[in-house]
Write a protein of this length. Structure first.
Length: 507
């Protein structure tokens, strides 16, 4: 159906929403002018759209797994088999793809019934790169609703992913399904996404490695976004070495992602073998003993891990960035209004950037969210209500100030990273939390938004950050986070690999 011009009644309703008072003559003139303008849009319908390529055939589009035998830890939303190139650095490796990433012919739910029925027609850039490297994509991994949940309670369909070490506990999210399938050995590696910590949180709580690359290092093209300045995508695996291998396959500009500015790549695998000798590690004081949040056994395990790096040849000193404690508040100011404007009101892709727009996703989601708004999770509902309120009542002031303060926060870390190669701290201030017996809204919100203190600041600043398992307490994993300079992902991975090598049993 060709594009339809607005009626006079529609123009009057829109004017009222913007608090305009139009005369009858103005409405008549505007209606005529709008019709003439919109008529030209018919030509756009005649032109072919730009669609990302699908290079590898889908002979087995798969199915939604059912039951514990087929889906241990509930990590999968879809199982399939898409083989890549016969040779390459990832040949023989199986990969799970987070279910906010477009894989042509495979349903994308993004953790919500609102997306039920959407099947992408294109492959995200990183999907093509994984297949080019020889990987086999073996499924889509579960996420909470629209990935806006750091605990992992709000996803669809049920049941939610459970912690591989104890099913009574949460995995950490939003890449909870990716962590579950990696830790249980159902996939060799997986893609995770990170806007507030969603690669590193599940890596910490579930016990795998997860690397949030420098902002823009890996293209986000063809992936359901949350907020352009916070969006990251990266590797999750059982070892840092596999994270480095996967990063080499997916990093680099693709020419259509506006997040990619001044991108620099390195041979990440080659850099692993340098070891810890000469590394300068700063233990970030403000990342420990967070009031009313930190658990002493977590802090102790991470300080012990710093000692392991020191014995392996690194120099270690305590450093301070007082503004780190303000990072979560800055992140909230950006994420709440930014996600409301882009992820919801902007029908996922928004405006004002020259990146690739996945138009079939925009079309489906735009219709679906208007028809099924009641199916948003409590986390998204709260975000939309508060984000709309803040923009209406305070004219986007706090979003704007949050972005300004984010640059100051980045500079504060940068000052310390001039004399240190890395910052070290707990990934999460606490171990995995149990599934709440009472699934009331306050408990859901507390589980979803209560573990971001150390991770969210580095989504604001865009620094590369790696979570590495560094012990257990009460049977639950603890993660150490290593943070580096922009586009110095190689040093972050080198340090994580050196730690894992130092912890290997002596032969």
């Amino acid at each position: 159906m060709p594009v339809q011009p607005p009626t006079r009644e529609q123009l009057e309703r829109i004017a009222a929403a913007y608090r305009m008072v139009l005369t009858d003559d103005e409405v008549a003139v505007f209606a005529e002018a709008a019709a003439a303008t919109v008529a030209g849009f018919g030509r756009l319908d005649e032109l072919a759209d730009e669609v990302l390529p699908v290079k590898y055939p889908r002979t087995d589009v798969g199915h939604r797994p059912v039951g514990a035998d087929e889906n241990p830890s509930n990590g999968w939303t879809w199982k399939c088999s898409i083989p890549g190139a016969p040779e390459g650095p990832l040949a023989g490796r199986s990969v799970g793809v987070k279910d906010n990433v477009c894989v042509a012919g495979i349903p994308l739910l993004n953790g919500s019934p609102i997306m039920e029925g959407y099947v992408p027609r294109e492959d995200a850039t990183i999907v093509t790169r994984l297949l080019d490297a020889g990987a086999e994509i073996v499924g889509k991994t579960a996420v909470p609703a629209f990935c806006f949940d750091g605990g992992g309670l709000t996803g669809y369909p049920d049941p939610q992913p459970t912690n591989p070490h104890d099913s009574a506990y949460l995995c950490g999210a939003s890449s909870n399904g990716s962590a579950a399938v990696v830790v249980t050995g159902q996939a060799d590696m997986a893609l995770g996404g990170d806007q507030g910590g969603s690669i590193r949180l599940p890596s910490s709580w579930s016990g795998c490695c997860g690397h949030k690359p420098t902002h823009g290092l890996v293209p986000y093209t063809g992936i359901f976004p949350i907020e352009l300045t916070l969006d990251h995508i990266g590797p999750m695996a059982r070892t840092v070495a596999d994270c480095a291998l996967m990063l080499e396959a997916i990093a680099g500009e693709d020419g259509v992602d506006p997040r990619q500015i001044g991108v620099r790549t390195e041979p990440y695998v080659e850099g692993l073998e340098v070891g810890a000798d000469g590394l300068r590690v700063g233990i970030l004081r403000e990342g420990f003993e967070v009031p009313d949040v930190s658990e002493p056994d977590v802090d102790a395990a991470v300080r012990d891990a710093a000692g392991v790096l020191e014995r392996a040849g690194a120099s270690v000193e305590e450093v301070s960035v007082p503004m780190h404690r303000d990072g979560l508040a800055i992140w909230n100011a950006i994420a709440i209004e930014g996600a409301t404007d882009l992820m919801v009101r902007g029908d996922a892709f928004g405006t004002n950037h020259k990146g690739h727009y996945t138009t079939d996703l925009v079309d489906f989601y735009g219709r679906a969210r208007r028809a099924r708004a009641n199916d948003y999770s409590v986390t998204v509902k709260l975000t939309v209500l508060l984000g709309h309120y803040l923009s209406e009542a305070y004219n986007h002031h706090y979003y704007a100030k949050g972005q300004n303060l984010g640059r100051r926060l980045r500079a504060s870390y940068g000052e310390v990273l001039e004399r240190c190669d890395l910052l070290l701290m707990p990934t999460t201030a606490m171990k995995a939390r149990p599934f709440p017996v009472d699934r009331s809204i306050p408990n859901l919100l507390a589980a979803a938004l209560g573990n971001l203190h150390n991770t969210a600041p580095f989504d604001v600043t865009g620094n590369p950050a790696l979570s590495v398992p560094c012990g257990t307490s009460e049977g639950r994993p603890i993660g150490m986070m290593l943070v580096g300079r922009h586009f110095d992902d190689a040093t972050v991975l080198r340090a994580g690999h050196a730690y894992q090598r130092a912890m290997e049993p002596s032969s």
